[in-house]
Design a protein around this ligand. Structure first.
Ligand code: GSH
Length: 205
C-alpha cells in the first residue's frame, strides 16, 4: 500500500490510522501543491490532490474514506464504531463534519491568506471566522467527554482533530478553546500521531 502526502496535509488521517493499526505502508511526501511543483504526480492522481492511496487495484482520493477502508480491510479495529453501537449515527456525522464542515473553510483560508495574498483577502478572513464559529459543536460536545464517540478513541477523533492540527499549523490558534485543547493535546501525545506527523517533505537546497 502506498500513500502520497504533503507536509501537514490530510494524509495525516490515513497515516495516523495505519500507525494506530500497525500496518505497513510506503509513503511518498511531495512538495505543496504537487499539481504545481511535481506536475508528473497528475499521472498518478488526475486531481493532483493529497492524500492519494493506492493498494493493489484500490485508488482513493478522500482522506476520511481511506481511514474507514484501512479499518475495514485490515481490521477488525476498535477505531470503527459499528452500526449496533449507540453512537453510530453520531460517529458518521463526525466523520463527514471533519472534512466538509471543519477542514474545508480552513483550506480556503490557507489559499487566500498564504498562497494567493492580495487576491481575496476578505475571503480569507471570512472563512477563518466561519471555521472558528463552526467549532461550537465540537467544543460543546467535549464538555462532558474524553473522546467523541463510544467512550473510546475512534476514527472520529483522528479525523476531527486533524482540523485542529491544521488550524494550529496555520497559526489559527483561536481554535484552541478549553475543551478542544484538553482533548487534542491528549490525542497529539499518542505515539502513532507523532510517527505520522514526523515524516516530512524536505526541500532540496
Ligand atoms: N476531501 C479531500 C480533499 C483533498 C485536498 O483537497 N487536499 C489538499 C491538501 S490537504 C490538496 O491536495 N490541495 C492541493 C490542490 O488542491 O492542488 C480529502 O479529504 O482528502
Amino acid at each position: 500500500m502506498k500513500i502520497f502526502g504533503c507536509n501537514d496535509s490530510r494524509h495525516v488521517r490515513p497515516l495516523w490510522t495505519a500507525e494506530e493499526m500497525g500496518l505497513d505502508y510506503e509513503l511518498e511526501m511531495l512538495p505543496f501543491p504537487p499539481r504545481f511543483f511535481k506536475k508528473e504526480y497528475l499521472d498518478t492522481n488526475i486531481l493532483g490532490t493529497v492524500p492519494y492511496l493506492k493498494d493493489g487495484k484500490v485508488e482513493m482520493t478522500e482522506s476520511v474514506a481511506m481511514c474507514t477502508y484501512l479499518c475495514e480491510q485490515y481490521g477488525p479495529s476498535d477505531l470503527i464504531v459499528s452500526p449496533d453501537e449507540d453512537d453510530y449515527a453520531d460517529y458518521l456525522n463526525w466523520l463527514a463534519h471533519s472534512d466538509a464542515t471543519l477542514t474545508f473553510p480552513l483550506t480556503v483560508y490557507l489559499r487566500y491568506a498564504l498562497q494567493e495574498v492580495g487576491v481575496a483577502d476578505a475571503a480569507a478572513e471570512g472563512y477563518k471566522r466561519w471555521f472558528l464559529a463552526r467549532l461550537r459543536l465540537l467544543e460543546k460536545k467535549l464538555e462532558s467527554r474524553e473522546y467523541l464517540c463510544s467512550d473510546r478513541f475512534t476514527l472520529a477523533d483522528i479525523c476531527v482533530s486533524y482540523a485542529i492540527y491544521l488550524a494550529t499549523s496555520l497559526n489559527v490558534n483561536e481554535a484552541l478553546k478549553p475543551n478542544i485543547t484538553r482533548w487534542s493535546e491528549k490525542l497529539f501525545n499518542r505515539d502513532a500521531f507523532k510517527r505520522a506527523t514526523s515524516q516530512r517533505f524536505i526541500e532540496e537546497s
